[in-house]
Design a protein around this ligand. Sequence first.
Ligand SMILES: O=C1O[C@H](COP(=O)(O)O)[C@@H](O)[C@H](O)[C@H]1O
Length: 239
Amino acid sequence: MTINLVNDPTELAQRAAEWITERIEQTLATRPRFTIALSGGSTPKALHLLLAQPPLRDRIDWARVHVFWGDERYVPLTDERNNARMAYDTLLDKVPIPADNIHVMRTDLQPDASMEEYAQILHRYFDGHEQTFDLVLLGMGDDGHTLSLFPGTEVVSEDVAWTKAFFLQQQDMFRLTLTAPVVNQAATVAFLVAGDNKADALHGVLKGDYQPYKYPSQRIKPITGELIWFIDEAAAKRL
Ligand SMILES: O=C1O[C@H](COP(=O)(O)O)[C@@H](O)[C@H](O)[C@H]1O
């Protein structure tokens, strides 16, 4: 595991954007495609905006980048809470990526049907490969959740299916999510965590006993891949 400590959210976005661009360039030097799963929430917005503008935008061969999501709020694509909506607005509508390379978690299907379809797409991409995604970007909530693996929810312990849909009582909303097994088979997983509201949860995740129902982010442990954390000073204050 590698921890990159940065001063603030601005530096976090810059360091992560530069690092992702290098990773895409390196991978595409020897492989035909780069597969990335994006996260939602507020933290990735600044990162997306940097990837969407020169000089980074022009270093990336977008035609060979394939985009997925780690999780989704089950609201229409037009709703500003939709994770894919945010990614279109801050990144995907601003770069020359073919529409066929973008795989949203659909919210115009029933939740279970949407996740069954998503699992089929993922299996078509990754079956027969040693690893799944080249890169999974993750955030972490102040309750220690990542993806849509929330504390105390059954989906935290899923260890077979690659995708799940479930009703999240506390938000009165369905959630669509990748699960730990598919993320833990990725080549690289990177958490981006900023803000002092995350400090207690981050301390529990990184320094506490293994309690995944309390701190679902602890479920993320790449089997053969790398785990990288980008953390700002405020989030790291209890480490
Ligand atoms: O609800 C979600 O929250 C987490 C964390 O978001 P942040 O706003 O604290 O950065 C995010 O990683 C996840 O994709 C999203 O659905």
